[in-house]
Design a protein around this ligand. Sequence first.
Ligand SMILES: [Zn+2]
Length: 412
Amino acid sequence: MRRLIVLLALALCLCAVPLSNRNACADAIADRAHALHFSSIVLDTHDDTTQRFFTKNFDLGKRNPDGHVDIPRMRQGGMNAIFFSIWIDGRIMGAPAVQKALDQIDAVRENVERYSNDLVFCRTAAEVRQAHDQSKIAVLMGVEGGHMIGNDIRVLRMFGDLGVRYMTLTHFYNDEWADSSTDKPAHNGLTDFGKQVVREMNRQGIMVDISHVSDKTFYDALEVSKAPLIASHSSCRELCNHVRDMSDDMIKALAAKGGVIQINYEKSFIDQNYKDAYDKATGGGGVVSALSQAVKDCGGDAECAERAQNALERRLTEEGKLPHVSWERIIDHIDHAVKLVGPDHVGLGSDFDGASMPEGMDDCSHLPQITEALMRKGYSDDNIRKILGGNLLRVMEASERVSRDLRAQAAD
Ligand SMILES: [Zn+2]
Protein backbone atom coordinates (compact mmCIF):
# COMPACT_ATOMS: atom_id res chain seq x y z
CA MET A 1 0.00 0.00 0.00
CA ARG A 2 2.76 2.34 1.01
CA ARG A 3 4.57 1.53 -2.18
CA LEU A 4 1.44 2.34 -4.12
CA ILE A 5 1.17 5.74 -2.45
CA VAL A 6 4.79 6.55 -3.30
CA LEU A 7 4.22 5.51 -6.92
CA LEU A 8 1.05 7.55 -7.07
CA ALA A 9 2.79 10.59 -5.63
CA LEU A 10 5.56 10.15 -8.16
CA ALA A 11 3.08 9.86 -11.04
CA LEU A 12 1.23 12.98 -9.88
CA CYS A 13 4.48 14.78 -9.55
CA LEU A 14 5.49 13.89 -13.12
CA CYS A 15 2.09 14.43 -14.74
CA ALA A 16 0.34 17.22 -12.87
CA VAL A 17 3.26 19.55 -12.37
CA PRO A 18 4.20 22.03 -15.10
CA LEU A 19 7.39 21.21 -16.95
CA SER A 20 9.32 24.01 -15.23
CA ASN A 21 8.61 22.51 -11.81
CA ARG A 22 9.49 18.93 -12.64
CA ASN A 23 13.15 19.35 -11.76
CA ALA A 24 12.08 20.54 -8.33
CA CYS A 25 10.03 17.36 -7.96
CA ALA A 26 12.97 15.18 -8.94
CA ASP A 27 15.13 17.12 -6.51
CA ALA A 28 12.62 16.45 -3.74
CA ILE A 29 13.22 12.70 -4.17
CA ALA A 30 16.97 13.27 -4.28
CA ASP A 31 16.77 15.30 -1.05
CA ARG A 32 14.64 12.70 0.69
CA ALA A 33 16.99 9.90 -0.44
CA HIS A 34 19.99 11.89 0.76
CA ALA A 35 18.40 12.42 4.18
CA LEU A 36 17.44 8.74 4.46
CA HIS A 37 20.87 7.51 3.38
CA PHE A 38 22.82 9.74 5.75
CA SER A 39 20.66 8.85 8.74
CA SER A 40 20.87 5.07 8.12
CA ILE A 41 23.36 2.41 9.09
CA VAL A 42 25.04 1.66 5.76
CA LEU A 43 26.90 -1.59 6.24
CA ASP A 44 29.12 -3.28 3.67
CA THR A 45 30.04 -6.88 4.45
CA HIS A 46 33.00 -7.33 2.13
CA ASP A 47 35.95 -5.01 1.55
CA ASP A 48 39.44 -6.18 0.62
CA THR A 49 41.00 -2.88 1.71
CA THR A 50 42.98 -4.79 4.37
CA GLN A 51 45.48 -5.83 1.67
CA ARG A 52 46.27 -2.15 1.11
CA PHE A 53 47.23 -1.66 4.78
CA PHE A 54 50.51 -3.41 3.93
CA THR A 55 51.46 -1.14 1.04
CA LYS A 56 53.65 1.95 1.27
CA ASN A 57 51.44 4.51 -0.40
CA PHE A 58 48.08 3.77 1.19
CA ASP A 59 46.72 5.69 4.16
CA LEU A 60 43.23 4.79 5.39
CA GLY A 61 42.87 8.24 6.94
CA LYS A 62 43.51 10.17 3.72
CA ARG A 63 41.72 10.42 0.41
CA ASN A 64 43.68 8.11 -1.89
CA PRO A 65 43.81 8.65 -5.65
CA ASP A 66 43.08 4.98 -6.33
CA GLY A 67 41.20 2.06 -4.80
CA HIS A 68 37.66 2.20 -3.46
CA VAL A 69 37.73 2.77 0.29
CA ASP A 70 39.26 5.20 2.80
CA ILE A 71 37.83 7.22 5.67
CA PRO A 72 37.17 10.46 3.71
CA ARG A 73 35.34 8.57 0.95
CA MET A 74 33.42 6.46 3.49
CA ARG A 75 32.24 9.69 5.13
CA GLN A 76 31.31 11.14 1.75
CA GLY A 77 29.37 7.98 0.79
CA GLY A 78 27.75 7.53 4.19
CA MET A 79 29.29 4.07 4.61
CA ASN A 80 29.42 3.81 8.38
CA ALA A 81 29.90 0.08 9.01
CA ILE A 82 32.43 -2.09 7.24
CA PHE A 83 33.70 -5.66 7.38
CA PHE A 84 37.39 -5.65 6.47
CA SER A 85 38.25 -8.96 4.87
CA ILE A 86 41.09 -11.10 6.20
CA TRP A 87 42.34 -12.97 3.14
CA ILE A 88 45.28 -14.84 1.71
CA ASP A 89 45.51 -16.98 -1.39
CA GLY A 90 43.80 -20.34 -0.81
CA ARG A 91 46.85 -22.22 -2.09
CA ILE A 92 48.60 -21.25 1.16
CA MET A 93 47.50 -23.52 3.97
CA GLY A 94 48.59 -24.61 7.45
CA ALA A 95 50.68 -22.46 9.80
CA PRO A 96 51.69 -19.81 7.19
CA ALA A 97 47.98 -19.18 6.51
CA VAL A 98 47.26 -18.71 10.22
CA GLN A 99 50.23 -16.34 10.56
CA LYS A 100 49.09 -14.18 7.64
CA ALA A 101 45.56 -14.03 9.03
CA LEU A 102 46.90 -12.86 12.40
CA ASP A 103 49.06 -10.20 10.68
CA GLN A 104 45.94 -8.82 8.98
CA ILE A 105 43.77 -8.95 12.11
CA ASP A 106 46.48 -6.95 13.86
CA ALA A 107 46.64 -4.45 10.97
CA VAL A 108 42.87 -3.86 11.16
CA ARG A 109 43.01 -3.39 14.93
CA GLU A 110 46.00 -1.02 14.64
CA ASN A 111 44.23 1.09 12.00
CA VAL A 112 41.22 1.40 14.31
CA GLU A 113 43.54 2.58 17.10
CA ARG A 114 45.28 5.03 14.81
CA TYR A 115 42.05 6.56 13.55
CA SER A 116 40.00 6.24 16.71
CA ASN A 117 38.39 9.65 16.14
CA ASP A 118 36.56 8.12 13.18
CA LEU A 119 36.64 4.35 13.72
CA VAL A 120 35.48 2.03 16.46
CA PHE A 121 36.01 -1.73 16.59
CA CYS A 122 32.73 -3.66 16.94
CA ARG A 123 31.91 -7.26 17.85
CA THR A 124 28.11 -7.12 18.14
CA ALA A 125 25.13 -5.61 16.37
CA ALA A 126 24.48 -3.47 19.47
CA GLU A 127 28.01 -2.06 19.22
CA VAL A 128 27.42 -1.21 15.54
CA ARG A 129 24.25 0.68 16.49
CA GLN A 130 26.11 2.45 19.29
CA ALA A 131 28.89 3.47 16.89
CA HIS A 132 26.25 4.94 14.59
CA ASP A 133 24.72 6.92 17.47
CA GLN A 134 28.19 8.36 18.10
CA SER A 135 28.71 9.19 14.40
CA LYS A 136 31.60 6.76 14.20
CA ILE A 137 32.38 4.18 11.56
CA ALA A 138 31.92 0.62 12.87
CA VAL A 139 34.79 -1.67 11.90
CA LEU A 140 34.27 -5.43 11.86
CA MET A 141 36.24 -8.34 10.46
CA GLY A 142 35.44 -11.36 8.30
CA VAL A 143 37.89 -14.15 7.46
CA GLU A 144 37.63 -14.98 3.76
CA GLY A 145 38.50 -18.66 3.46
CA GLY A 146 38.40 -21.56 5.94
CA HIS A 147 41.98 -22.47 4.94
CA MET A 148 43.12 -19.72 7.32
CA ILE A 149 42.27 -21.74 10.45
CA GLY A 150 45.08 -24.12 9.45
CA ASN A 151 42.75 -27.12 9.77
CA ASP A 152 42.66 -26.52 13.55
CA ILE A 153 39.40 -25.71 15.33
CA ARG A 154 41.30 -24.03 18.18
CA VAL A 155 42.46 -21.35 15.74
CA LEU A 156 38.83 -20.71 14.82
CA ARG A 157 38.06 -20.13 18.49
CA MET A 158 40.97 -17.68 18.73
CA PHE A 159 39.70 -15.82 15.66
CA GLY A 160 36.37 -15.51 17.49
CA ASP A 161 38.12 -14.11 20.55
CA LEU A 162 39.97 -11.59 18.38
CA GLY A 163 36.64 -10.30 17.04
CA VAL A 164 36.18 -12.10 13.71
CA ARG A 165 32.43 -12.07 13.05
CA TYR A 166 32.09 -14.12 9.89
CA MET A 167 34.11 -16.72 8.07
CA THR A 168 33.71 -17.63 4.40
CA LEU A 169 33.99 -21.42 4.33
CA THR A 170 36.29 -21.42 1.25
CA HIS A 171 37.91 -19.02 -1.20
CA PHE A 172 38.68 -19.89 -4.86
CA TYR A 173 40.04 -23.32 -3.91
CA ASN A 174 38.73 -26.21 -1.84
CA ASP A 175 40.18 -26.18 1.63
CA GLU A 176 40.84 -29.26 3.75
CA TRP A 177 37.15 -29.64 4.67
CA ALA A 178 34.89 -27.81 2.17
CA ASP A 179 34.44 -27.56 -1.60
CA SER A 180 34.68 -24.24 -3.41
CA SER A 181 32.46 -23.20 -6.35
CA THR A 182 35.56 -22.53 -8.47
CA ASP A 183 37.45 -25.80 -7.87
CA LYS A 184 36.85 -29.47 -8.72
CA PRO A 185 34.68 -31.09 -6.02
CA ALA A 186 36.83 -33.10 -3.59
CA HIS A 187 34.71 -33.50 -0.44
CA ASN A 188 31.12 -33.71 -1.72
CA GLY A 189 30.41 -30.42 0.10
CA LEU A 190 31.41 -30.31 3.77
CA THR A 191 33.42 -33.12 5.41
CA ASP A 192 32.55 -34.26 8.95
CA PHE A 193 35.24 -31.89 10.22
CA GLY A 194 33.73 -29.13 8.07
CA LYS A 195 30.39 -29.71 9.79
CA GLN A 196 32.16 -29.50 13.13
CA VAL A 197 33.66 -26.16 12.01
CA VAL A 198 30.17 -24.82 11.23
CA ARG A 199 28.89 -25.93 14.68
CA GLU A 200 31.86 -24.27 16.37
CA MET A 201 31.23 -21.06 14.39
CA ASN A 202 27.66 -21.12 15.74
CA ARG A 203 29.04 -21.50 19.26
CA GLN A 204 31.51 -18.64 18.76
CA GLY A 205 28.92 -16.29 17.23
CA ILE A 206 30.90 -16.21 13.97
CA MET A 207 28.44 -15.93 11.08
CA VAL A 208 28.67 -18.73 8.50
CA ASP A 209 29.43 -17.14 5.11
CA ILE A 210 28.63 -19.21 2.04
CA SER A 211 29.99 -16.86 -0.64
CA HIS A 212 32.57 -18.74 -2.77
CA VAL A 213 31.44 -22.24 -1.72
CA SER A 214 30.07 -24.95 -4.02
CA ASP A 215 26.31 -25.45 -4.15
CA LYS A 216 26.65 -28.72 -2.21
CA THR A 217 28.71 -27.01 0.51
CA PHE A 218 25.99 -24.36 0.74
CA TYR A 219 23.22 -26.93 1.27
CA ASP A 220 25.36 -28.87 3.78
CA ALA A 221 26.08 -25.69 5.77
CA LEU A 222 22.41 -24.72 5.64
CA GLU A 223 21.46 -28.07 7.14
CA VAL A 224 24.09 -28.05 9.89
CA SER A 225 24.02 -24.39 11.00
CA LYS A 226 21.72 -23.43 13.85
CA ALA A 227 22.07 -19.73 12.94
CA PRO A 228 20.99 -18.08 9.65
CA LEU A 229 23.69 -17.98 6.97
CA ILE A 230 25.04 -14.99 5.09
CA ALA A 231 26.45 -14.65 1.60
CA SER A 232 28.82 -11.77 2.33
CA HIS A 233 29.46 -10.94 -1.34
CA SER A 234 27.41 -12.85 -3.94
CA SER A 235 24.91 -11.84 -6.61
CA CYS A 236 22.04 -13.53 -8.46
CA ARG A 237 22.77 -16.37 -10.91
CA GLU A 238 19.41 -15.83 -12.62
CA LEU A 239 20.70 -12.47 -13.94
CA CYS A 240 24.31 -13.52 -14.50
CA ASN A 241 25.11 -17.20 -14.75
CA HIS A 242 28.34 -17.37 -12.73
CA VAL A 243 29.13 -20.13 -10.23
CA ARG A 244 30.10 -17.45 -7.68
CA ASP A 245 26.48 -16.25 -7.69
CA MET A 246 23.46 -17.87 -6.05
CA SER A 247 20.62 -19.61 -7.90
CA ASP A 248 17.05 -18.60 -7.13
CA ASP A 249 16.56 -21.90 -5.27
CA MET A 250 19.60 -21.20 -3.10
CA ILE A 251 18.44 -17.64 -2.33
CA LYS A 252 15.01 -18.99 -1.36
CA ALA A 253 16.56 -21.64 0.92
CA LEU A 254 18.88 -19.04 2.47
CA ALA A 255 15.95 -16.69 3.13
CA ALA A 256 13.72 -19.46 4.50
CA LYS A 257 16.28 -19.91 7.26
CA GLY A 258 16.44 -16.16 7.95
CA GLY A 259 19.68 -15.45 6.07
CA VAL A 260 20.77 -12.61 3.83
CA ILE A 261 22.45 -12.27 0.41
CA GLN A 262 24.77 -9.27 0.25
CA ILE A 263 25.02 -8.21 -3.39
CA ASN A 264 28.52 -8.18 -4.95
CA TYR A 265 29.27 -5.37 -7.47
CA GLU A 266 31.95 -7.22 -9.53
CA LYS A 267 31.15 -6.73 -13.22
CA SER A 268 31.63 -10.42 -14.10
CA PHE A 269 29.14 -11.42 -11.40
CA ILE A 270 26.38 -8.92 -12.28
CA ASP A 271 26.36 -8.62 -16.08
CA GLN A 272 25.92 -11.64 -18.37
CA ASN A 273 27.28 -9.90 -21.49
CA TYR A 274 30.38 -8.80 -19.65
CA LYS A 275 30.93 -12.24 -18.14
CA ASP A 276 30.53 -13.95 -21.53
CA ALA A 277 32.90 -11.46 -23.19
CA TYR A 278 35.48 -11.85 -20.41
CA ASP A 279 35.27 -15.65 -20.63
CA LYS A 280 35.78 -15.48 -24.40
CA ALA A 281 38.66 -13.02 -24.18
CA THR A 282 40.46 -15.18 -21.60
CA GLY A 283 39.95 -18.51 -23.36
CA GLY A 284 37.07 -19.60 -21.14
CA GLY A 285 38.65 -19.10 -17.72
CA GLY A 286 37.03 -15.75 -16.99
CA VAL A 287 37.76 -13.37 -14.15
CA VAL A 288 38.36 -16.01 -11.47
CA SER A 289 41.10 -17.87 -13.33
CA ALA A 290 42.67 -14.59 -14.53
CA LEU A 291 42.81 -13.34 -10.93
CA SER A 292 44.14 -16.66 -9.64
CA GLN A 293 46.87 -16.57 -12.26
CA ALA A 294 47.74 -12.96 -11.36
CA VAL A 295 48.00 -13.86 -7.66
CA LYS A 296 50.26 -16.81 -8.52
CA ASP A 297 52.46 -14.74 -10.85
CA CYS A 298 52.78 -12.09 -8.14
CA GLY A 299 53.80 -14.61 -5.46
CA GLY A 300 50.67 -13.85 -3.42
CA ASP A 301 51.22 -10.06 -3.42
CA ALA A 302 47.63 -8.78 -3.63
CA GLU A 303 48.53 -5.27 -4.81
CA CYS A 304 50.68 -6.60 -7.63
CA ALA A 305 47.86 -8.99 -8.60
CA GLU A 306 45.34 -6.17 -8.65
CA ARG A 307 47.63 -4.07 -10.87
CA ALA A 308 48.02 -6.99 -13.28
CA GLN A 309 44.28 -7.62 -13.28
CA ASN A 310 43.50 -3.94 -13.94
CA ALA A 311 46.06 -3.83 -16.76
CA LEU A 312 44.49 -6.91 -18.38
CA GLU A 313 41.02 -5.41 -18.15
CA ARG A 314 42.22 -2.08 -19.57
CA ARG A 315 43.86 -3.84 -22.50
CA LEU A 316 40.78 -5.96 -23.25
CA THR A 317 38.54 -2.86 -23.02
CA GLU A 318 40.81 -0.88 -25.36
CA GLU A 319 40.72 -3.77 -27.81
CA GLY A 320 36.93 -3.53 -27.70
CA LYS A 321 36.55 -7.01 -26.23
CA LEU A 322 34.67 -6.01 -23.04
CA PRO A 323 31.32 -4.18 -22.97
CA HIS A 324 30.43 -1.32 -20.64
CA VAL A 325 28.58 -2.21 -17.44
CA SER A 326 26.46 0.36 -15.61
CA TRP A 327 26.28 0.55 -11.79
CA GLU A 328 22.51 0.15 -12.24
CA ARG A 329 23.04 -3.61 -12.65
CA ILE A 330 23.61 -3.60 -8.85
CA ILE A 331 20.05 -2.31 -8.44
CA ASP A 332 18.78 -5.05 -10.79
CA HIS A 333 20.32 -7.71 -8.54
CA ILE A 334 18.94 -6.15 -5.35
CA ASP A 335 15.51 -5.90 -6.97
CA HIS A 336 15.62 -9.47 -8.28
CA ALA A 337 16.39 -10.86 -4.82
CA VAL A 338 13.71 -8.64 -3.22
CA LYS A 339 11.11 -9.80 -5.74
CA LEU A 340 12.12 -13.39 -5.04
CA VAL A 341 12.25 -13.44 -1.23
CA GLY A 342 11.11 -10.04 0.01
CA PRO A 343 13.06 -7.10 1.43
CA ASP A 344 14.31 -8.84 4.60
CA HIS A 345 17.01 -10.97 3.00
CA VAL A 346 19.12 -8.63 0.83
CA GLY A 347 22.02 -6.32 1.60
CA LEU A 348 25.28 -4.83 0.32
CA GLY A 349 28.59 -6.72 -0.07
CA SER A 350 30.43 -4.60 -2.62
CA ASP A 351 33.80 -6.43 -2.83
CA PHE A 352 35.41 -2.97 -2.95
CA ASP A 353 39.21 -3.11 -3.35
CA GLY A 354 38.90 -6.72 -4.48
CA ALA A 355 36.78 -6.51 -7.62
CA SER A 356 36.25 -4.54 -10.80
CA MET A 357 33.52 -1.95 -10.25
CA PRO A 358 30.84 -1.09 -12.82
CA GLU A 359 30.77 2.38 -14.34
CA GLY A 360 29.33 4.98 -11.98
CA MET A 361 30.26 3.02 -8.82
CA ASP A 362 33.90 4.08 -8.87
CA ASP A 363 34.28 3.88 -5.11
CA CYS A 364 32.31 3.91 -1.85
CA SER A 365 31.53 7.63 -2.17
CA HIS A 366 28.87 6.65 -4.75
CA LEU A 367 26.75 4.57 -2.34
CA PRO A 368 24.00 7.24 -1.93
CA GLN A 369 23.04 6.48 -5.56
CA ILE A 370 21.79 3.07 -4.42
CA THR A 371 19.42 4.60 -1.88
CA GLU A 372 18.12 7.10 -4.43
CA ALA A 373 17.62 4.42 -7.10
CA LEU A 374 15.67 2.19 -4.69
CA MET A 375 13.53 5.15 -3.63
CA ARG A 376 12.76 5.97 -7.27
CA LYS A 377 11.68 2.36 -7.71
CA GLY A 378 9.14 2.90 -4.94
CA TYR A 379 10.90 1.08 -2.10
CA SER A 380 9.73 2.24 1.32
CA ASP A 381 12.13 4.00 3.69
CA ASP A 382 11.92 1.03 6.08
CA ASN A 383 12.82 -1.47 3.39
CA ILE A 384 15.69 0.65 2.12
CA ARG A 385 17.12 0.84 5.65
CA LYS A 386 16.91 -2.95 5.93
CA ILE A 387 18.82 -3.39 2.68
CA LEU A 388 21.43 -0.80 3.64
CA GLY A 389 22.31 -2.64 6.86
CA GLY A 390 19.33 -3.59 9.00
CA ASN A 391 19.02 -7.09 7.57
CA LEU A 392 22.62 -7.98 8.24
CA LEU A 393 22.36 -6.66 11.81
CA ARG A 394 19.29 -8.85 12.32
CA VAL A 395 21.27 -11.94 11.23
CA MET A 396 24.15 -10.88 13.45
CA GLU A 397 21.79 -10.64 16.42
CA ALA A 398 20.38 -14.10 15.61
CA SER A 399 23.92 -15.45 15.48
CA GLU A 400 24.67 -13.87 18.87
CA ARG A 401 21.52 -15.49 20.32
CA VAL A 402 22.47 -18.93 19.00
CA SER A 403 25.95 -18.51 20.48
CA ARG A 404 24.52 -17.59 23.90
CA ASP A 405 22.12 -20.56 23.83
CA LEU A 406 24.80 -23.06 22.82
CA ARG A 407 27.17 -21.82 25.51
CA ALA A 408 24.40 -21.95 28.12
CA GLN A 409 23.58 -25.55 27.11
CA ALA A 410 27.25 -26.53 27.42
CA ALA A 411 27.39 -24.98 30.90
CA ASP A 412 24.32 -26.88 32.14
ZN1 LIG B 1 35.75 -13.00 -2.47
